[in-house]
Design a protein around this ligand. Structure first.
Ligand code: C5P
Length: 224
């Protein structure tokens, strides 16, 4: 198979409040994005790498990609994650399996990329890492009242990288009629099955200052 990995890193990071686009926030001596790229560099089969960043970060990102991975393409993202993935999809070339990864999941192990890529290769369909939901989840009204309890046994918190056959992903993006928060939703809209593979707690998304602190602590205290 010919693999491509799109790393989306064009978000503003407003919720992190670190005064820089999230992927460029320092983490353990480098940046959130650089950690994510190291994970891609550790994959069993080297993929074509596409990194999507804010327009004014393309030049510096190209240098980081060359240092960490060797070769890779850098392109400016769009106003939404979906637009940023669409920008990356223009550069996948002849890849037949595409993984889409949030740079914000900086500590994701290389092995999780391999697991997702292997699952797509074996099944010919999408594969998405998921972890069980630990909390009891309530559906609430706009006013904040509890409306229902969702049976957590049937819930999975999904992560990235999410992997798909390239043809499915390109067609799903071309046909997209709504704004979604992950790629698997568009694949499901197009009528294709997507399997959950075992996720990894280290693939958590750095969203808030608390998450950043957790990532810093893990890097300091754990042999990752
Ligand atoms: O905002 P959120 O944490 O959900 O973003 C998930 C990933 O999508 C992040 O890595 C972020 O950089 C990326 N993103 C993007 N372009 C946007 C918004 C988010 O590449 N316009």
């Amino acid at each position: 198979h010919r693999l491509a990995v799109i790393v989306v890193a064009a978000g503003s990071g407003v919720r992190l409040g670190a005064g820089a686009p999230k992927a460029f926030v320092p983490l353990g001596g480098s940046s959130i994005l650089e950690h994510a790229l190291h994970a891609v560099a550790g994959m069993a089969q080297p993929p074509r790498v596409i990194v999507v960043v804010p327009a004014d970060r393309c030049a510096e990102t190209q240098r980081v990609v060359e240092r960490v991975i060797g070769t890779g393409e850098v392109i400016a993202g769009g106003p939404t994650r979906q637009a940023s993935v669409a920008a990356g999809l223009r550069l996948i070339g002849d890849a037949d399996i595409v993984l889409v990864h949030d740079a914000a999941r900086a500590l994701t192990p290389s092995a999780l990329f391999d697991r997702v890529a292997d699952a797509v290769a074996a099944s010919g369909n999408g594969a998405v890492p998921g972890v069980p939901v630990a909390d009891t989840i309530k559906r609430t009204s706009a006013g904040g009242a509890i409306v229902a309890t969702v049976d957590r046994a049937e819930l999975s918190a999904v992560q990235t990288p999410q992997g798909f056959p390239a043809g499915q992903l390109l067609a799903a993006y071309a046909a997209a009629e709504r704004e979604v928060t992950d790629d698997a939703q568009l694949i499901a809209d197009a009528g294709h099955p997507v399997a959950i593979v075992e996720g990894d707690p280290l693939a958590f998304k750095i969203t808030t200052a608390w998450d950043l602190r957790r990532a810093e602590d893990l890097l300091r205290t754990t042999a990752l």
